[in-house]
Design a protein around this ligand. Structure first.
Ligand code: ADP
Ligand code: MG
Length: 227
């Protein structure tokens, strides 16, 4: 329970920061990136210089994704439309999206949804949560490894599991999940899980991690079922 309070405080602080800072950063980043993209095409610069421009653009892209993830944290106070979301439909569309992005080094997502089940939530936020968690599973996996996503009723709850056979996490790493900017990836933002916990809490859901190093991770997400 104490962990939950700590989590809520972290989210609140991060949300306030977000609102204040995100807009101020986004505009200058966009302007500078625009110039760099222009210089990148300019024949007066040699290839060596151009490759540095390209690096700078990459870095700015990372900054932009941090900012846009931050903006999505700043918004949750705004009233969102809550509807009865069909989990089967949402999981199918998230899977299609991730598969077609090919983001994903041939990591096939195997979807198993046993029955129709419904969650009272905002559909966009629910998708955002699932995309973040499935993307993490794929990013933890080796090339060509599958990620299994299941959905169905478990007693009174709607339960979703995302199972990967990737590099896994230690207990300490699991405890750090949701801390702003906690990331072990070279291009990570470390905001994904914070957003996920935030969205889950909003709809009385829970997210649990079971993981062993080098064996993989199972994420269990539960929401109250909406009849
Ligand atoms: P990001 O993906 O930008 O790094 P996240 O908040 O989504 O940020 O995840 C934080 C960290 O948690 C990741 O950098 C990774 O180390 C770890 N992580 C999350 N999901 C998994 C997973 N399925 N398997 C192994 N590690 C994971
Ligand atoms: Mg992530």
């Amino acid at each position: 329970y104490y962990e939950q309070i700590k989590q809520a405080e972290r989210l609140k602080t991060a949300g306030q920061l977000a609102a204040a800072v995100a807009h101020e950063i986004r505009n200058p980043v966009t302007v500078v990136k625009g110039f760099l993209q222009f210089f990148e095409q300019d024949p007066q610069f040699n290839d060596d210089v151009k490759s540095k421009f390209s690096l700078m653009i990459d870095e700015l892209n990372t900054a932009e994704s941090v900012v846009s993830q931050f903006l999505s944290i700043a918004k949750p106070d705004k009233k969102q439309d809550i509807e009865s979301v069909n989990l089967k439909v949402v999981l199918q569309s998230v899977t299609d999206l991730l598969n077609s992005y090919g983001l994903l080094n041939n990591n096939n997502i195997e979807l198993e949804v046993k029955e129709d089940c419904y969650i009272a939530a905002n559909k966009i936020e629910l998708k955002q949560l699932l995309i973040n968690i499935i993307k993490n599973a794929i990013e933890a996996s080796e090339i060509g490894e599958s990620v299994i996503v299941t959905g169905g009723m478990k007693q009174d709850f709607v339960e979703i599991q995302v199972i990967d056979h990737g590099h896994g996490m230690s207990e300490t790493e699991i405890e750090c999940l949701g801390t702003p900017f906690y990331s072990l990836k070279s291009k990570g933002t470390g905001l994904g899980m914070m957003i996920c916990y935030n969205i889950a809490a909003k709809y009385n859901g829970t997210i649990e991690f079971q993981s062993s190093i080098n064996e993989g991770t199972t994420v269990t997400i539960r929401f109250p079922s909406k009849n």
